[in-house]
Write a protein that binds this ligand. Sequence first.
Ligand code: CA
Length: 227
Amino acid sequence: MASVLLIEDDQRIRQALATRLAERGHDVESTGTAMDGVQRAVSGDVDIVVLDLGLPDVDGADALQMIRAVSKVPVIVATARDDQEEIVTIFDAGADDYVIKPYSTDHLEARIRALLRRAARVDSPAVITIGDLRIDSEAHEATLGNEPLDLSAKEFELLAYLAERPGKMIGKRELLAAVWRQPYGGADKTVDVHLSWLRKKLGESAADPRYIHTRRGVGVKLVDPGS
Ligand code: CA
């Protein structure tokens, strides 16, 4: 699940897209003007911005430069024309990716996922320590109180994904998308099973949680039990 900001002046497109992205578990906010969009984009509450280039108040490329002046939030530009020159201009202005209208929700969502994966890789350090838990993403090793944890590849990825976002409640949909590359859900049980294995290896249980805390219908978070 990502927090997506749509800046699009065509109300029909905006509402349809917002609805479809929300149906897929994203937290969507939207606006029809560049100025309002820039303000929201730089607020720090948004994971990704989808910016229409043709906006009524400010040119989309200028809006992009305003965002880039103060924020590194990933931006996907939506353009009506397959114009190479324009695409070069928007990359120069700081776009991370672009889609050409009309585009499908599937297509946009794939771009969103790819960008968020890239952003997560850039932001997270190779070694994360939470309490006695130490996760080394480069070596693909995790230890608990200096004892190596014998984790499967998916268990490790799940643990690393949670550890990169300590204290944040993360939905199963997001985990299915990020760890199992299954954005459209369906197999919540996959997450549950891996969480229970992971818990066992961390020496805890759902009834007596330490690091892994789940809330039914909401998600799961990893916390430092000592904090
Ligand atoms: Ca437009």
